[in-house]
Design a protein around this ligand. Structure first.
Ligand SMILES: Cc1cc2nc3c(=O)[nH]c(=O)nc-3n(C[C@H](O)[C@H](O)[C@H](O)COP(=O)(O)OP(=O)(O)OC[C@H]3O[C@@H](n4cnc5c(N)ncnc54)[C@H](O)[C@@H]3O)c2cc1C
Length: 515
């Protein structure tokens, strides 16, 4: 894209680069829509968490507050824990000025769209919770088309295999790969498959297959084919080929619609217990209580809790919980996270409304989603703007590029240029481009993560429970974050009542294999 054309489109860069770091609210103020000015640059500051990362010892003042349960982290794990703990005395501490974490929705001209987490599955914990708080997630039709060589292929891994615009032998290779993978008994062989990379199974097939999974893997679980656990990759292949993707459900805003609604439900009654801009710097377990020190409005405050639910990712947890057993701390640090910006292109005219999650191998983005896909046919609904969310997971070694706003804008410009080249009719300029950057939002489903590392990382302490999506799996799932928060609240009940069995309950939940 030429510089002058790029300057004409409004760019907004938002979000936390180093997860665990507070964002300056004044820097992420919503841009003035349709202003047509040059690129707007927004940024963040992360002094506090980088200080924690670099070993700075914050002062830990004496206890001045008390709560039965302190919940640390206000993503979907922390918010759902607060919801399940209604009626108890809890305090929720979140470092950002908003709740939602990686399931956070933004809006443009009243239209919600996702900045991260996209969809749930009918009947999973996310779907159940949504229903309980008054949201009906709608089914996703046409879930996984592929757009390649200017060809739209619906239903990629079923009837679509015959339509892939590749030479006949490549299409045959796709078919053979799928059929061979379908024969593997993944549940029976889980432990063995989870020690191996997916490349052990893709090698020998057409390279286009690896290219396809090099998009699907990073987008869904942060890892390329070479870094993906074969258990995760083959399970997903089987799910796609057997129509599991037909069970997907969502509303505009992605899974941010659930966190948005949870805040709406909780805040009227519990506003004073839900603290944003509150960055936890130390969690210390004593015999009868846990001291949690957090920084808010420049002041360090210590609250004493009978039980703590850690709903932060482990790379942060490992740095703020003091006194972790060394092996557990090592396991937490062993978890790898993908840097993962999301680019939203906002068009003021219909450009693309043909499929929900569109896979585009070989581009600067892996896939893109139509924000209002599941409501488009609702009687009376009229699409005001066509908002497309582009997933652009990066390699770990590219993380530092997110620190540079010019690099973020260049990425967004590449996304736009690649999109415009996909099909002739896509050559339209958006009215606005939003870039939501995150440094470590998604754990990578690498070999060994599911069956070994996460379990070693998440053993509960006497009064500290380790939740968050990265305690579950096989990939980073909102449903797992919610499932574990439910367990965490039962665990807290036992701890508060001084009853036995809390540890066993937590260990059992870690061992439970997700459906
Ligand atoms: C781009 C993308 C797409 C995804 N798509 C899907 C999908 O389609 N379906 C699906 O099920 N899952 C998806 N996921 C995964 C999903 O987002 C996560 O599984 C889920 O949102 C994690 O929620 P969580 O509460 O466990 O953690 P997080 O969302 O990471 O929340 C942790 C919270 O802790 C806060 N925090 C961190 N440090 C501190 C501190 N020191 N003090 C206080 N607060 C702190 C953070 O600010 C954050 O709000 C996706 C993820 C990404 C990044």
């Amino acid at each position: 894209m030429s510089q002058s054309r790029r300057d004409f489109i409004k760019f907004a860069v938002v979000g936390s680069v180093a997860a665990g770091c507070p964002v300056d609210a004044t820097l992420i103020a919503a841009p003035d829509s349709k202003a047509g000015a040059g690129p707007q640059v927004h940024g963040e500051h992360f002094e506090v968490c980088h200080q924690v990362r670099d070993g700075h010892q914050f002062e830990r003042p004496d206890v001045t507050q008390k709560a039965d349960v302190v919940i640390i982290g206000g993503g979907v794990a922390g918010l759902s824990a607060a919801y399940f703990l209604r009626g108890k005395e809890w305090l929720l501490l979140e470092k950002e000025d908003h709740f939602g974490g990686n399931a956070f929705q933004e809006e443009y001209d009243g239209q919600p769209f996702a900045t991260g987490s996209a969809y749930a599955y009918r009947g999973d914990e996310g779907d159940h919770l949504a229903k309980e708080i008054g949201l009906t997630l709608l089914p996703v039709d046409n879930p996984d088309p592929t757009i390649i060589n200017k060809t739209f292929v619906p239903d990629t891994w079923k009837a679509g295999l015959d339509q892939l615009p590749y030479p006949k032998e490549v299409r045959e290779s796709f078919r053979k790969f799928r059929d061979e993978m379908m024969k593997i008994k993944v549940r029976e062989k889980m432990a063995e498959l989870d020690t191996q990379p997916l490349t052990n199974f893709t090698s020998g097939y057409a390279p286009e297959i690896t290219q396809w999974w090099d998009g699907y893997g990073p987008s869904n679980w942060g890892a390329t084919t070479a870094d993906t656990s074969a258990f995760v990759g083959i399970s997903s292949m089987q799910d796609l080929a057997s129509g599991g993707d037909a069970k997907r459900v969502i509303l505009p805003g992605g899974l941010g619609c659930i966190t948005h609604k949870l805040v709406e439900v909780l805040q009227p009654k519990y506003k004073e217990r839900m603290l944003g801009d509150a960055t936890v710097v130390a969690v210390v377990q004593d015999k009868d209580a846990v001291r949690v020190t957090y920084l808010r409005e420049g002041k360090l405050i210590t609250v004493s809790a009978k039980a703590v639910l850690m709903c932060t990712p482990k790379h942060i947890t490992s740095r703020i919980v003091l006194g972790l057993p060394p092996d557990q701390k090592t396991a937490m640090r062993h978890i790898r996270y993908a840097p993962y910006p999301v680019v939203n292109l906002i068009f003021d005219q219909p450009v693309y409304n043909r499929g929900y999650d569109n896979w585009c191998p070989g581009n600067s983005f892996t896939d893109f989603i139509v924000a209002d896909w599941t409501v488009r046919n609702t009687p009376g609904y009229k699409q005001k703007n066509n908002i497309l969310s582009f997933y652009t997971p990066l390699r770990e070694e590219q993380r530092s590029t997110l620190l540079d706003e010019e690099d973020c804008k260049s990425l967004a410009a590449r996304v736009l240029a690649d999109f415009q080249k996909l099909m002739p009719e896509f050559n339209v300029n958006p009215v606005e481009v939003r870039i939501y950057r995150r440094g470590h939002p998604m754990f990578m489903a690498v070999p060994g993560h599911y069956t070994k590392t996460r379990i070693a990382a998440a053993h509960p302490m006497d009064r500290i429970f380790f939740g968050n999506a990265d305690s579950g799996g096989p990939e980073s799932l909102t449903s797992e974050a919610i499932r574990l928060s439910k367990v965490g609240t039962e665990w807290a009940d036992l701890v508060l009542a001084g009853k036995p069995g809390a540890k066993d309950l937590a260990e059992k939940a870690l061992q439970a294999v997700a459906d």
